[in-house]
Ligand binder design. Sequence first.
Ligand SMILES: [Zn+2]
Length: 300
Amino acid sequence: MNCKSVCAAAFLFLGTVLNAGHPAQAQASSPQARLSVHWEELTGPDFVQAIKRAQNTCLLPFGILEKHGPHMPIGSDLFNARYAALHAAEQQYAVVFPEYYFGQISEARHEPGTVAYSRDLQLALLQATTDEMARNGCKKILIVNGHGGNVSLLPYFAQSQLDKPHDYVVYIFNQRTPTTGGPKKKTTIDEHAGESETSKMMIVRPDLLHMDRATSESGADQHRLNLPPGVYTGIWWYARFPDHYAGDGSAATHELGEYQMKWWVDSVVKAIAAVKADDESLKLQNEFYEKSTHPLDTPQ
Ligand SMILES: [Zn+2]
């Protein structure tokens, strides 16, 4: 069977799909954009130029593989974090590390498709990754977090960089959703796979959303623990939202997604600029590492 016209259409479609979320390719005609922001798209010689142009600043968008309600893809956090990081790097040049989704997600191990690496491996892999990034010139590494379950892991990782000398600085950007402004929200519980996150996915990969299924499970808080504020235990999330759905994704709108994604991208742009301008952190780290080798000499 002659597939010429069918194949041409299929390739055209594939090309459109592959180009989605690849802003560098869309702007290939401008000389400023000749260097891709994607680490893996650069040639060796171009990588050297890219690190220079980025002023040694690199982004590590951090996702996860985890159920997102009945209607969103398992890779939602990865898609959203990469979209924000890639679009921000286009405006404020930085080199963006490839897909990374090896974070903390033990609480979703009962759901299909979850990939939960062990605690030791999460830390070891993240350290090896930032070490390798730094060996390749990324002396300022901004982790753009897309996953709520990483909120303890990432500050711990950054803090524990003080345990021994590193010739680079780890920064964390951990915001995804503006607290005020934009189109009025309809829901009060708006967390995992809820109104905001679903709205953002409408901008990033609308083709992967199944809005007709958004009400097929409940995202209500089940309140199954009764502990006073200040007492923490690891099963808290499972106690409240065992179906990995917290809110109501059916309330999502394109307008809210546009507002929130623009806010996220703008915020990462500002964070990159601040990181580039920060000459103090590495200086202070080095001073600290040196002093920590002889604490008895530190003035008391
Ligand atoms: Zn998510």
